[in-house]
Design a protein. Sequence first.
Length: 256
Amino acid sequence: MREEEKKIQQDGRYGGIYEETTYGELPHMASYLRYRAQVITGAIRARVASGGLRRIVDVGCGTGVNLPFLRQAFPSAMILGIDLSEQMLQHARAEKRGLVVGSDLCRASCFALPLGTASVDALLSTRFIHLFPHELKKAAYQEFRRVVRPGGAIIVEFYTRMNARVHRMIPHSMAWWRHDDAPQRTSAAEYYFHYPTRAEVHDIVGTEFQCAPVKPMLCRMLYRIFGEAITWKATRLLQYDPFAISYSEYLAIIER
């Protein structure tokens, strides 16, 4: 087992409190989850023929926040959530039991998925691959690619480098939206590998991809001022930002 994977298992955030500390109970985060799910399910529908959509896999599924949306959008498909942390999966079973009926949960490494080659129609991985340094991101993505069939879709969420720079510039005492002081506590190299540049993402996936922003910069403030509908309508337009300075998170969507 790689050191990064051991940390995932040992880190207290990856237990039952993960969902609360990561997504919280703030209205804009619940809205963000719904919007991200719309983008994901729309991308799957657009790239995979409905008759050929039999198996969808969520790698690094954590507490299962994506699974109810996938089940609702694709009721006839087999939905599989994979995570290395047994604590995460236990939380998914306990808290999401009524929402993941028909979904399977599996404990496994993202570097050795228990799936056959070309056996998956669509694979997604949200807020997960950032945990690994560049070469391991590439290794994980190659495993994603192995299990997805030609004609299928791979959807991976990344954080932008500009997001990291903003976090590094603003002291933790002034950053009321952050849970910890990691941006100032860790070295630049250790911190920035969570936020790959666009060129690094190209190197990870090895091909062109569609960029679909799912969270604008200053999302909480925008949501408070403009409300849900305008915030997410504006977010759709951010795909035309060539410098990726107007959004903090995006999906890289790749046709296999």
